[in-house]
Each structure stands twice: as C-alpha cells, then as structure tokens.
Design a protein. Sequence first.
Length: 103
Amino acid sequence: MRRLGGRSPLRRACASCVLAARSRSTQRSKAAGMSLDQIGVLLDDGSAGRHQVLQQHLDDLDRRMEEMRRSREMTEHAMGCRAHDIATCPRFRAGVDDVLARF
C-alpha cells in the first residue's frame, strides 16, 4: 500500500474506526446517565478505577429503576382510583409518604 503522510491508508482507517467507536461509546454512556468524568475513566485504558466507576453506575441505575417502578405503581393506582381527590386516597398517600420518608 502506498503511504500518504507517513501512515498507511489501512492504519488511518483503523484509527478512524477507533475514534468513531470511542465517540459512539461516549454518546451511549452519556445516554445511559454517566457523567463525563465517569466516561473518561471508562475509556482510559490506564485507569485502575474502571470497575469501581462501573459498579457505582450500576448501583445508581438500580436505585433509579426502583424509583421509577414505585412512580409507575403510584401513577397506575391514581389512574384507576375512585377518590375524587387523589390526595385523600389512603393507598396513594402511603406511597407518597414512603417516597418522602427517603428524603
């Protein structure tokens, strides 16, 4: 292969693929709720903290998923509740009290 600018076309294409993969990884990680600092550790092959960052992110995802599950339950109940004012429904209030107790 003919070299252009000191690099072979194959090496340039490979470097381009790595850059594209890193960019997609950053975008996907950002969409998954990771901070740029966390993503930086994730993509740094010399970082010893990668597993710790990933475990913290998994723990955060689990917490957020549980909060969303509870929110969904409350919303489903509110949709079918016969109480004119949802705030007077004992079951709905118990769900709200449970959420407020965690703050």
